[in-house]
Design a protein around this ligand. Structure first.
Ligand code: C2O
Ligand code: CU
Ligand code: CU
Length: 528
């Protein structure tokens, strides 16, 4: 059988002005780039497939190298892992242990000038890798050599290494690793220190999802690119870094040839500060879109594994159908079926291809909902700002900075509701290390009254989470002027943890706090 091989440009909400949320005080980004779009093929990051039963051990090197971001730009220095950015995608089976030696071979001089207003810690080049979404233990957060979670203060310097152990005892999901050094995360990730990490399991295989070369990661990163092709980062930490160019898997505005069949995309927003509302549109040529809606997205998972029910986004027969919104660090596991697409697409050539017999499941695994009635208490986290003596506004959680003493000590094995109260006017993606949670609801509250009295008065009935927020999550959008409630159980490990805003410039200026899960009976503090 001969099937026509079609080529579609994957249009990832790509022309400039890609913001889905207007952020006050936002940096305008650099100058507009005069680059042809869709001339580079989507690269797939190298993958390290760890097959078999034994515990695995890898060395992955952080370093500087040269890469071409675009066909028409000369090679330029950037940072990454094992010579690429994104670094190698690590693929491992659930329950297989992996030890990674993250070897810091970065140069002594940073790729970017330190932005104004950033904490100046010397030396200038410091790094520590965190596996976002992984459940790990952190016996001694200040141990620079043996550090599993990537504690922000346990950074190391060129010539040193961090040895991290990952139990991978989690159901199939897409994680990502990235730098997490205190005060440096935004600058280091913008330089390229990030990569993907997939845990696979039997349940995932039983679903007969598109696999192999039909299972494609899309790491979307807003980058700052100068006219000569070199990279830039924000000059002032108070300006969130939005960049002026959009890279997917390290190339600017790439294209992807697809066959008429189902594909699975693991979409990861690895941007410092930009949120996206993603959809697919048919392209007429390299620069414009006819506006015809492309095929629907069937979202089957979040970054924390499969949803209970598949969610349809960008349904071409329903103009009101929601887009896929992803704030920094959010991930979506999506199936797109190109088999029915025959219209205005780019025909490359006829060739023979397997039409694909993979499935599109509509119902996945039941996800038991955590119950508010089982919660030991509620804890409030207030998203606010504090003026520094020099007038800059520091982003804060509960009015504290990273260095302030730990105040949150939930008890191992208990469940709590966290009320994430956003007194600001922008969206903050809130992330907790080592734990997954469920989103309960969001409710508008009277911010002025709250700032005056410290009491929350709700202004409207609660809004339930979106359908694609009904699974487990490790990062949630905390919307302005609303209390976003999440529910979480503190297990399986006691010890030191981190929560923070995942806009990296906010994280770097202290929208980040340590907390401790304590064994029952040791130290029971009532939640604030
Ligand atoms: Cu994706 Cu604390 O990090
Ligand atoms: Cu994390
Ligand atoms: Cu924030």
């Amino acid at each position: 059988m001969t099937l026509r091989r079609i080529s579609l440009f994957v249009v990832l909400f790509l022309l400039m002005g890609l913001d889905s949320f207007a952020l006050p005080g936002a940096s305008p980004g650099g100058q507009a780039l005069n680059l042809s779009k869709f001339v580079d093929q989507l690269p797939i990051p190298p993958s390290i497939q760890l097959r078999g039963r034994r515990p695995f051990e890898l060395t992955i090197t952080l370093g500087q190298f040269e890469a071409k971001l675009h066909r028409d730009l000369p090679p330029q220095p950037e940072w990454g892992y094992d010579g690429s950015s994104p670094g190698p995608t690590i693929q491992i089976e659930r329950g297989r242990k992996l030890t990674v030696h993250w070897k810091n071979q970065l140069p002594e001089v940073h790729l970017f000038q330190a932005p104004k207003g950033a904490d100046r810690i010397t030396p200038d080049v410091r790094a520590i890798t965190h596996l976002h979404g992984a459940v790990v233990t952190e016996p001694d957060p200040m141990d620079r050599l043996h550090n599993n979670d990537g504690w922000p203060d346990a950074w190391n310097i060129p010539g040193q290494e961090q040895i991290a152990e990952y139990p991978n005892d989690q159901a199939a999901r897409t994680l990502w690793y990235h730098d997490h050094a205190m005060g440096e995360t935004g600058r280091n990730v913008a330089a390229g220190l990030l990569g993907l990490y997939e845990i696979h399991d039997r349940y995932e295989r039983s679903l007969n999802l598109p696999s192999g070369r039909y299972d494609i990661p899309l790491a979307i990163q807003a980058r700052g690119v100068n006219a000569d092709g070199s990279l830039y980062y924000t000059a002032d930490i108070a300006n969130e870094f939005y960049g002026n160019a959009l890279a997917v898997n390290g190339k600017l505005w790439p294209f992807l040839n697809v066959e008429p069949r189902k594909y699975r995309f693991r979409i990861v927003n690895v941007s410092n500060a930009r949120s996206y509302a993603l959809s697919l549109a048919e392209a007429d040529d390299g620069a414009t879109s006819s506006g015809n809606a492309g095929p629907a997205f069937y979202q089957i998972g979040t970054g924390s594994g499969f949803l209970q029910d598949t969610v349809i986004l960008n349904d071409p027969s329903d103009p009101a159908s929601p887009k896929l919104v992803l704030a920094p660090a959010e991930r979506a596991d999506v199936i797109i079926d190109f088999s029915g697409v025959a219209g205005r697409s780019f025909v490359l050539k006829n060739s023979s291809h397997d039409p694909g017999t993979s499935a599109l499941p509509l119902h996945l695994r039941p996800i038991p909902r955590l119950r508010v009635a089982d919660a030991a208490g509620a804890r409030q986290i207030i998203f606010g700002q504090m003026a520094m003596p020099d007038g800059t506004l520091m982003q804060t959680l509960n009015g504290r900075s990273w260095k302030d003493p730990i105040e949150d000590r939930p008890v191992l094995g208990t469940t709590e509701v966290w009320e994430l109260a956003n007194t600001l006017t922008d969206v903050h993606p809130f992330h907790i290390h080592g734990l997954q949670f469920q989103v309960l609801d969001r409710t508008f509250f009277d911010v002025q009254a709250f700032l005056a009295t410290g009491k929350i008065n709700y202004l409207a009935p609660p809004v339930p989470p979106l359908a694609n927020e009904m699974g487990w999550k490790d990062t949630v959008r905390v919307l302005p002027q609303m209390v976003t409630r999440i529910i979480l159980k503190f297990s399986p490990f006691p010890g030191y943890y981190v929560y923070h805003c995942h806009i990296l410039e906010h994280e770097d200026m202290d929208m980040m706090r340590p907390f401790e899960i304590v064994p029952p009976g040791t130290l029971e503090l009532t939640p604030r």
